[in-house]
Design a protein around this ligand. Structure first.
Ligand SMILES: Cc1cc2nc3c(=O)[nH]c(=O)nc-3n(C[C@H](O)[C@H](O)[C@H](O)COP(=O)(O)OP(=O)(O)OC[C@H]3O[C@@H](n4cnc5c(N)ncnc54)[C@H](O)[C@@H]3O)c2cc1C
Length: 468
């Protein structure tokens, strides 16, 4: 934290560089920037204040801010929509939060080359609405699409509900402009999807959590809006029967946008029979002929696996609500936490069995009603669910021990701790379970090369080096 004299000097420098209206320093203005949607310890609420929040509009503004911070070794925390679930935005060392809320311009839409270039602070929803006016789409329907920004999604390596057909944001990035920790502007490469020339610099910033630089412009691949869309919604006996159908769908080679199998208390709330306790959903998009053929194929697959099909109009209605439903229903309450573990398809049963029968009972907790099993399947796969954060005496310590055991389980099964919510501070000290010390050292070397003074979002993502 800065003393008063240094603070005033930095405030004056920031105001001179970008203008008074874009610099905030009063405690009431800083309070909303003390955390993100990660449940920090109750006693730490409003403990970590940034020294300043700045609202740049241009790359030149960001450069001005970074030069001031770089000269004085002040931490910088880039911010998008603030929907991080792992504490990436908590200013644990104070510093300057660079809120990109005013960087929302769409700079170029190239229809022949199928790309968009935009500033990082535009939300995924707003960008897609603008793209749809031009007949194309980014197809990055995250549950948080109303608030998540392009910069935040790239920096977290976001996961779309249509990942099977269109990939995740990491598959969309063609080129980035980034302000580095010393204030230089880096262009990662030409605006092309494939090249076999330089190192793939863009990829370094995917999932970097603001620890390597501040993205000020992104060029992303878009796709033409498909001629037809349809969906399959079916009800199964239980999650395991729906999971079986998901496995068969994956093995059939049918091209779907995204799919999900999840357990419910009763399928009645989805228009299904009361006694069925699982939902199977699949989205389809393409030319009319493709979609008709795929719909017929999946319909047969559902019947063959014992599923009860919902009427087609109910399936389509579900498709329209699918992404939004996630966002609305799953807002953080502070008492629950989501699982976003990547688990190999054939080990899902083992994962849930150990999680609910061995790990959670030890910490006197368990899943939220109706949220026990959920598999987002396709090119990427996420075993999801929500559970109550352990309460009572030493609740926080229990929570940390439980997170470590879940991390051990996921990595032990050959999966990953976090399929789309990144690392932040929540998973930082468990990263050693997923990566060897050699791999972590390689990551530290990259960090050191880009940010030798460790001013870019310090204390996030990478665990401290182990001392001999
Ligand atoms: C209800 C809910 C549903 C969710 N559903 C999904 C989902 O379906 N899929 C998914 O992937 N995630 C999901 N998330 C998690 C979260 O929304 C994503 O991680 C999202 O992509 C973060 O975007 P943001 O703009 O809010 O980023 P922020 O939370 O503001 O920031 C995230 C990280 O990116 C860095 N950052 C932000 N902007 C920049 C920039 N311009 N340059 C460099 N670094 C930057 C920040 O420093 C931080 O480390 C969900 C979260 C919630 C609360």
């Amino acid at each position: 934290m800065m003393d008063e004299k240094a603070r005033e000097e930095v405030r004056a420098a920031l105001v001179e560089a970008i203008g008074e209206g874009k610099v905030m320093w009063r405690p009431a203005d800083l309070a909303p920037y003390t955390k993100d949607t990660y449940r920090i310890r109750f006693e730490d609420d409003f403990k970590f204040f940034p020294d300043f929040v700045v609202l740049p509009e241009t790359t030149a503004d960001v450069q001005g801010i970074v030069r001031i911070a770089s000269a004085r070794k002040i931490p910088l925390i880039p911010k998008g929509g603030g929907s991080s679930r792992t504490g990436m935005l908590v200013p644990i060392h104070g510093g300057i939060v660079v809120d990109t809320i005013k960087m929302t311009k769409v700079l170029e839409v190239s229809i022949p080359n199928l790309y968009v270039t935009c500033q990082p602070g535009i939300t995924l929803k707003e960008l897609d609405e603008k793209l749809k006016e031009r007949g194309v789409s980014l197809n990055q329907e995250q549950g948080s699409l109303k608030i998540a920004t392009v910069g935040g999604s790239i920096s977290t390596s976001g996961f779309s509900r249509k990942h099977q057909k269109y990939g995740a944001i990491s598959d969309r990035v063609m080129s980035l402009e980034v302000v580095l920790a010393d204030g230089r502007v880096l262009r990662t490469g030409p605006k092309v999807l494939y090249t076999s020339t330089g190192y793939r610099l863009s990829q370094l910033f995917i999932g970097a959590e603001g620890t390597l630089g501040i993205i000020t412009e992104a060029t992303l691949r878009v796709e033409p809006i498909p001629e037809a869309k349809d969906a399959v919604l079916a009800f199964y006996e239980d999650f395991w029967a729906a999971n079986e159908a998901a496995q068969k769908t994956m093995g059939s080679g049918v091209t779907f946008t995204g799919g999900e199998a999840f357990g419910v208390e009763s399928a009645e709330e989805y228009g299904g029979p009361r006694e069925k306790k699982a939902i199977f959903y699949l989205g389809l998009e393409g030319t009319r002929g493709e979609v008709e053929a795929e719909l017929a194929f999946v319909t047969e697959l559902v019947k063959a696996t014992g599923g009860v099909l919902a009427p087609n109009d109910a399936a389509r209605k579900f498709m329209e609500r699918y992404t939004i439903q996630w966002c609305g229903a799953r807002v953080a309450t502070g008492f629950e936490d989501p699982l976003t573990t990547y688990v190999p398809m054939e080990r899902i049963a083992e994962f849930y069995d150990k999680l609910y029968n061995e790990i959670m009972p030890k910490y006197d907790t368990g899943p939220l009603p109706g949220e026990k099993y959920s598999l987002d399947f396709g090119r990427y796969r996420m075993a999801a669910g929500r559970y109550f954060i352990p309460k009572g005496e030493q609740g926080w310590e229990k929570y940390q021990m439980m997170l470590r055991e879940i991390a051990q389980l996921a990595t032990g099964l050959g999966g990953s701790i976090s399929s789309c919510h990144g690392v932040g501070i929540e998973h930082r000290d468990n990263l050693e379970l997923e990566y060897s010390e050699v791999a972590l050292d390689a990551m530290r070397s990259i960090k050191e090369a880009f940010d030798p003074d460790n001013i870019m979002n310090p204390g996030k993502k990478l665990p401290e080096k182990k001392r001999a």
